[in-house]
Each structure stands twice: as C-alpha cells, then as structure tokens.
Design a protein around this ligand. Structure first.
Ligand code: F6R
Length: 260
C-alpha cells in the first residue's frame, strides 16, 4: 500500500484506536459514576446486552451506582444477560465470601436482572473440568460479551488469569498465586479458609468481548497500572494482553494513577 497522506492518517488512527484509553477521575466514587455511564448507554441501545461482570472491592461502588440508577428508573436490566468472570473452588455457593453471594448482595437482589440470565461458574462442583466445559458452552451460546468489566490484581491478573509462562484460552481451574491468596485473605476469618483454587474464564472470553472497561482504584494499584501502561505484551502481566483489544477504557482514580 503506497504511503500517501490519506494512508498515513489511516495508520495513525489505527494506532490510536488500538491504545488503552485512559481516564483519570478524582475519587473512587467518580470512577464508579463514569463507569456507570457505559451501562446506561449500552442498555439503552441494546436492552438484552451481555454483561461480563467482576467481583472484588473495585466494582462495589459501581454496583451501588447501578442500583441507584435502576431505582431512579434510568436503567433497566430486565433483558440483560450477566456472566461472571470467576468463582472460588471448594466453597459452597452460599458461603458468605463466594462470588455468587457477592453478586446477589451487591447487585442482583436490588435490580431487575432475571435469575435465569445470571451465570457464575460453580466452584463447588465435584467435576470441575465438566463445569469449565459447561461454562464455556454457555458463553458460546450467549456471547460474545458486549461489555466486559475488569478489575486488576496487583500482580496483573485479570479474572483469575494469573501471571504464568502460558495463559489459558478458555474457562479453566486455576491454582491461585500466593500473592492473590494473600490479597484475598482480607475477606476471610482464617488463612486456612482462603480458597487456593478458582474457576476463571480464559483470555479468549475477555479479548473477544466487544468492549472492555477496566477499573483501578487506590494507591495499592498504582504500580501495576504504571507497569500495564508501560509494558509490552507479556504473559507475566496477563492484563498486558488487553493492549491487543481495540476498544478498552481504563478508568483510574488519582491514587491508582499517581505513578503515571
Ligand atoms: C474478580 C476478579 C479479580 C479482581 C482483582 C482485583 O472477579 O476477577 O481479577 O478484579 O483481583 O480485586 P480487587 O478489586 O478486590 O482489588
């Protein structure tokens, strides 16, 4: 292709489109408010959108915002389909710290999402490899995900795709890294209780989502946010694969962006 002016503009645009769009907000609350606009816009355009959802501390304020918007009748989840990224293994789904319990407490009980449209891997199944296949098949049937919400682990994990020499493509059982177990221990009474394994969707599910919304809040995320934005693509920072996606927005609060 000859490099005339028009083509150069086209190439420049392709480069810009491929970058992680960064938005910095003053506080975690403003991060949540900005993120909630993505849901307002998407569900207004496509009421039966497929939402990829995350757990952990990061999305809690966003879910509170979504509940408020639902109560004000600004947003309607009646046709939305929700898929969670992951679930701990070997704890019952009714456990207070299961991601199933988290989703019900933070969002599902308070909005009009139909329970037949909410999917979370079942980490308490005896045959976990069968469960991974079942979850993959559901994702195939309903996907691709329209909007995938992500938090980021301090070690760069997304979902529970932990840093490794190789990353999994589809839904899989993962042995959590010590640093992740340590980070998760704040939610459990004793160290013995903290799950060592989880089921997580693979990088393919994340990367084939139409749009990705990555949130990072707090100073403890500042180092990984800097590493992510400055790194090349490496499986040692699974989040770095997000550089391959053409429609990804990272919304940080000032603390998470403090090293940029
Ligand atoms: C949770 C998930 C994890 C978290 C990450 C950050 O469903 O997939 O990747 O997003 O561990 O956790 P918090 O938000 O607690 O810092």
């Amino acid at each position: 292709m000859p490099l005339n002016h028009g083509n150069i503009l086209h190439l420049q645009k392709a480069k810009v489109d491929a970058m992680i769009k960064l938005e910095i907000e003053k506080s975690p609350l403003l991060v949540a408010k900005k993120a909630s606009l993505f849901y307002q816009e998407l569900l207004a355009q496509k009421p039966n959108a497929v939402l990829g959802l995350a757990t952990g501390s990061t999305p809690i304020l966003l879910y509170k915002e979504l509940v408020k918007l639902y109560e004000k009748k600004v947003i309607d989840f009646s046709q939305a389909i929700c898929f969670n990224l992951d679930e701990y293994c070997h704890i019952p789904k009714e456990h207070p710290q299961s991601y199933n319990t988290f989703m019900h407490e933070q969002l599902y009980h308070a909005v009009n999402i139909s329970s037949k449209n909410t999917f979370i891997p079942k980490g308490d199944e005896v045959d976990l490899s069968k469960e991974c296949k079942r979850y993959n098949a559901l994702l195939q049937e309903h996907g691709p995900i329209d909007l995938q919400l992500l938090g980021i682990g301090r070690n760069g994990h997304v979902g529970f795709n932990e840093p490794n020499t190789e990353l999994e493509i589809g839904t899989h059982v993962v042995k959590l890294k010590d640093e992740t177990i340590n980070d998760n221990s704040r939610f459990f009474d004793t160290d013995e209780e903290v799950p060592k394994y989880a089921i997580s969707v693979g990088m393919k599910t994340i990367l084939t989502s139409k749009k990705i919304l990555l949130l990072a809040v707090g100073k403890e995320k500042a180092t990984i946010v800097k590493e992510l934005l400055e790194s090349r693509i490496t499986t040692n920072i699974p989040a770095s694969l997000l550089h391959l996606h053409s429609d990804i927005t990272l919304i940080c609060d000032e603390a998470a962006a403090s090293l940029l």
